[in-house]
Design a protein around this ligand. Structure first.
Ligand SMILES: [Zn+2]
Length: 282
């Protein structure tokens, strides 16, 4: 694919990112995500249409409200860029896997439909991540939708590829249970102090989406990223002369680490512990 095609896909992603920002901000507040005008969170001035163009408005206004000059949260800008980059990544991945599709009748249609599918799934994950960072909770309808889509993809793949009773296929079809159980047990034993039940549901969806090897890789990677981040936070607090203690579940939402790790594994197919080979050796 050429540069211009990727640019269009990036812009599409940035627009969706802009919508995710609004959705994550307004969900459960009684405000509609699709109607009602956006306003400056500081002075309340309704924003004009030209102040709502993803990326462009933020850059033109140098990240400030045109009326009161308050800096707008950079988070909005970051989410628009992130979603744009994710969309481009998914398109590149579909392009990379094109030889797999080209053998099928209507292969192009399937490839495009899977682009739409993954774009939707990752948009949903970005929304879950934003909401969890803000409210320390994952909205049930969002995570259930993620689980339903992931299970659907799992069944579709097994149907298209043909399920065998080989060890790797058995593990793939059960990956959602295998990833869900440890989180659910951690949640039950700690009465929700170490990990939230929302994280267990998210892990279930990740298992169905990625399969066993990649799913387990994503969970392990999430713990590593979480550990590095937590140590960084503790050092930063010590550096600023604050109390350096950090309790994991109460202060650090885990869903963002799970989602970042899922994206890394999805795009790079990294197998952090060489799990794929270990299965073959068992
Ligand atoms: Zn303002």
């Amino acid at each position: 694919m050429d540069f211009l095609s990727y640019l269009y896909i990036f812009i599409l992603g940035a627009c969706i990112g802009s919508f995710i920002n609004v959705l994550a901000l307004r969900y459960n507040t009684g405000m509609s995500a699709v109607s009602g005008s956006s306003q400056c969170f500081h002075c309340g001035t309704p924003l004009k249409w030209y102040e709502l163009i993803p990326l462009v408005s933020f850059i033109v206004q140098l990240g400030k409200c045109r009326t009161c000059g308050t800096y707008l949260p950079w988070r909005y800008f970051a989410v628009e860029i992130l979603t744009g980059v994710l969309f481009v990544g998914i398109a590149m991945r579909q392009y990379y896997y094109w030889p797999l599709y080209s053998g099928f009748q209507h292969g192009l249609l399937y490839s495009v439909l899977f682009f739409v599918f993954y774009a939707f799934v990752f948009s949903l994950l970005v929304a879950i991540m934003l909401y969890d960072i803000r409210h320390m909770i994952i909205p049930d309808p969002w995570v259930y939708l993620f689980i339903a889509l992931s299970l659907y993809k799992l069944l579709l793949f097994m149907y298209c590829r043909g399920f065998t009773f080989m060890r790797s296929d058995m593990l793939d079809i059960l990956a959602w249970v295998i990833l869900f159980l440890p989180f659910a047990l951690l949640w039950a034993f700690s009465s929700g102090r170490w990990i939230g039940f929302g994280d267990a549901k998210l892990a279930l969806g990740i298992g169905a989406l990625l399969g066993f090897t990649s799913g387990l890789s994503a969970v392990i990677l999430a713990f590593w990223i979480g550990a590095v981040w937590s140590v960084g936070m503790i050092l930063w607090r010590r550096f600023k002369g604050q109390d350096g203690t950090l309790t994991f579940s109460s202060e650090v939402p885990f869903a963002p680490f799970l989602i970042i790790a899922t994206a890394i594994v999805f795009f790079t197919r990294i197998d952090v512990l060489n799990i794929g080979n270990m299965i073959e050796l068992l």
